[in-house]
Structure formats: C-alpha cells, structure tokens
Design a protein around this ligand. Sequence first.
Ligand code: CMP
Length: 140
Amino acid sequence: MAVERTLSILKPDATRRNLTGKINARFEEAGLRIVAQKRVLLSQAQAEEFYGVHRERPFFKDLVAFMISGPVVLQVLEGENAIARNREIMGATNPANAAEGTIRKDFAESIDANSVHGSDAPETAAVEIAYFFSGLELVG
Ligand code: CMP
C-alpha cells in the first residue's frame, strides 16, 4: 500500500452544528493525518467548478446551493491508502445506506447535507487538492 493524499471537505451542515472536531477525530483515529486545512465560504463559481462533473445531474443546482450555504472546511488527508480509507470512514453517499460507525451514518442529515466529501480516485484527488491548495500549504 502506498501513502496517498486525498481532498476532504467538511460540509456546511457539519460546520453549522460545530462538528468539525468530532469529524477530525474520526480521521485521526483511523490513521489519517490532516496535512492542510482551511475554513472558507465557497463562491457559487468555485462550487460549480469543483462539482463540474455533476453539472448535468438533476441534483447539481441544489448541491451547489447547499455547498455555499455556510462555511466549509477544506482539508488534505494523508496516510496509507488514504483515498479508499477515507471513503470507508465516510460511509455511503446517502446516509440512509451508510454502514454503522461511519461519519455519514452518525452525522449526516440527508444526501446533500451528508457532512463530508472525499476524493474518489487518485486522479480526482490530485485535481481536487490542486484546486484548493498550493504545494506550500501541504505540510506533512
Ligand atoms: P459528494 O461526495 O460531495 O459528491 C457529490 C455530492 O452530490 C454528493 O456528495 C451528495 O452530497 C450530492 N448528491 C445529491 N444527490 C445525489 C445523488 N443522487 N447521487 C450522488 N450524489 C448526490
């Protein structure tokens, strides 16, 4: 297994309910290291570009509206097999399908307000990390 980096976003439902520390503890307890982190309010243009792959999907408008409805925490997580490991810890996209003990099972409110985003593959992780962070901001 290789050491990887993945982009993580703590979504507006998580910041609104003051859950960032609880969610970060899940990552750290699972062996992932937060090597970059910043709290920002995304613009509509940034959210639309970041989720551009979903532009034609029926949920795109609601997704973008939700992602700009409050602050998010952008993070880079590092660790062995970090991309798949983070997806395991997060659980299924729809919290109704998420396994016991996962972040989305324990914290998510709905499929949009599902508390966290994580990159789904090495190529997307590289693009997503570069979208929000410069190399200087990643401190492993
Ligand atoms: P995320 O991992 O951030 O990637 C895209 C987001 O779109 C997803 O989490 C969900 O919050 C949201 N979404 C809303 N409806 C759907 C859907 N039917 N399928 C996938 N993602 C959806």
